[in-house]
Design a protein. Structure first.
Length: 452
């Protein structure tokens, strides 16, 4: 797992290696990487500027290993006792083992990475105990490792999800069998660190989609000029220990047979829905601290998904055009006509209620424990629309003096799950397929007092 580390060494700006400074680099799961440098008698820290653009810092550890710090910016400069100057720097990511000019240098030809908790999500690899004879005290333990899953993202990026199992460690009464998995991507031609992290993020979000829990990268190694570099980069919400247990939305065993196709579909889906995916990721594991923002963001993401994937905008414009023309023809005043034309410019767009009605009609099987009635569904949609209108437009008629934070959290979780099912359907797992496979804690129950 990611642990607290401190690396001492000397550091400099590329191209100015004759001006270097001693300092300590600290990083870990609880905070962003920081570099503390101390000036010398002959050189101050002016070679490290305050800059609106993040820059790269190179260094060597006290053992002589090269280190690259990406995305650096100077935070503070202080003068301590005796006029000794020190400075703090924020850092985005750290590559151990080489000096790379910038995060945009195309020099990475492969990456290996693994996510925390994936073995728990997959369940224990298939195991079977067989009695070796009629003697119940003699038995044989067999383990079936899953087959590797190869995939192709595009003509330049290929990879595989690889599984492995160690040989059993047997000592006295203990039998230990280590099982793990990793993703490996190959880049031909080589790509930049920025491109690598985008691909890692994509796989992390896919994993998050199935677990519906906050996830993080456990470790990551870069292939660079026939060397393998360890990478640390800033992640939010990283834990120093793996959780004892996760409660995934869908277990791997239910989707394993379709996972290779799902990876290909996910990479095709990503460019058009990048912002939607980002909002979904931010809303998983929400707290009540910014619940109003979380609610508005997820509603916007659901609307964006519906418009980009399901809505035929050209057809709606064509069917709505004659009506708009007819209405405008009935208005004589030029100013009124211009005002009305501006108001009708997007009248072909469905409202939020219409979008939710269509989406819920598709994804109800996976969302609800029991099929909701028409009245229950309409009330749920009305609640979401009213809350959106109130927090967006501050419609006083919709104001409620009661503290409805808890209710808003419930609506936010519901909308987040709805968006998750929309994306799952796009990669081959529609709600009919998922019905009965979703962990029960993620299925909603509507009030029974709202029957038709």
């Amino acid at each position: 797992m990611i642990t607290e580390e401190t690396v001492s060494g000397y550091w400099y700006v590329p191209g100015k290696d004759h001006i270097h400074f001693n300092g300590q680099l600290t990083f870990g799961p609880e905070h962003s990487p920081r570099l503390l440098l101390t000036a010398t008698k002959t050189h101050d820290l002016s070679s490290f500027p305050f800059d609106t653009v993040d820059y790269t810092i190179w260094g060597y550890s006290i053992s002589g290993d090269p280190i690259t710090l990406f995305g650096c910016n100077r935070l503070t400069v202080r003068s301590g006792g005796g006029g000794v100057q020190t400075a703090d720097f924020n850092t985005g990511s750290i590559a151990f083992g080489a000096h790379i000019s910038s995060a945009d240098e195309a020099s990475i030809d492969s990456v290996r990475f693994s996510f925390a908790g994936m073995e728990d999500w997959m369940g224990v690899f298939e195991q079977e105990i067989e009695f070796a004879s009629d003697d119940i005290n003699a038995y044989q333990l067999s383990v079936q490792r899953p087959k590797d899953i190869p995939f192709k993202i595009n003509e330049e990026i290929t990879g595989a999800w690889t599984f492995w199992t160690s040989r059993p460690y047997i000592k006295s009464r203990d039998i230990r069998l280590q099982q793990d998995n990793l993703f490996r991507l190959e880049f031909r031609p080589a790509v930049s660190l920025s491109c690598v992290l985008k691909e890692v993020w994509s796989f992390q979000l896919l994993y998050t989609l199935f677990t519906f829990e906050k996830t993080w990268v456990k470790w990551i190694y870069l292939g660079h000029n026939d060397k393998e570099l360890r990478l640390f980069y800033r992640q939010r919400g990283v834990l120093s220990e793996e959780p004892e247990r996760i409660f995934p939305l869908i277990q791997f065993v239910h989707v394993a047979s379709k996972f290779e196709a799902a990876i290909s579909a996910w990479t095709r889906l990503r460019p058009g829905l990048k912002q939607v995916m980002g909002i979904l990721n931010a809303n998983i594991g929400i707290s009540d601290q910014y619940v109003h923002n979380d609610f508005l963001n997820i509603v916007q993401a659901v609307e964006a998904y519906h418009r980009r994937v399901l809505q035929d905008t050209d057809a709606l414009k064509d069917s709505n055009g004659p009506r708009v023309t007819r209405i405008l023809a009935a208005v004589n005043d030029p100013e009124d006509k211009q005002w009305l034309q501006n108001r009708l410019a997007f009248s072909h767009e469905p409202n939020l209620a219409a979008r939710l009605k269509e989406l819920l009609g598709v994804h109800s099987p996976a969302l609800f424990e029991e099929p909701p009635s028409k009245k229950q569904m309409n009330k749920l949609i009305r609640n979401v629309v009213d809350k959106r209108n109130y927090y967006t437009h501050y419609d006083v008629s919709l104001e409620n003096n009661e503290d409805e934070t808890v209710k808003l959290i419930g609506l936010t979780k519901f909308m987040t799950l709805l968006l998750a099912y929309c994306l799952l359907a796009e990669i081959g797992f529609d709600s009919e397929f998922l019905q009965g496979k979703v962990y029960r804690r993620y299925r909603f129950r509507l009030s029974k007092g709202e029957k038709d």
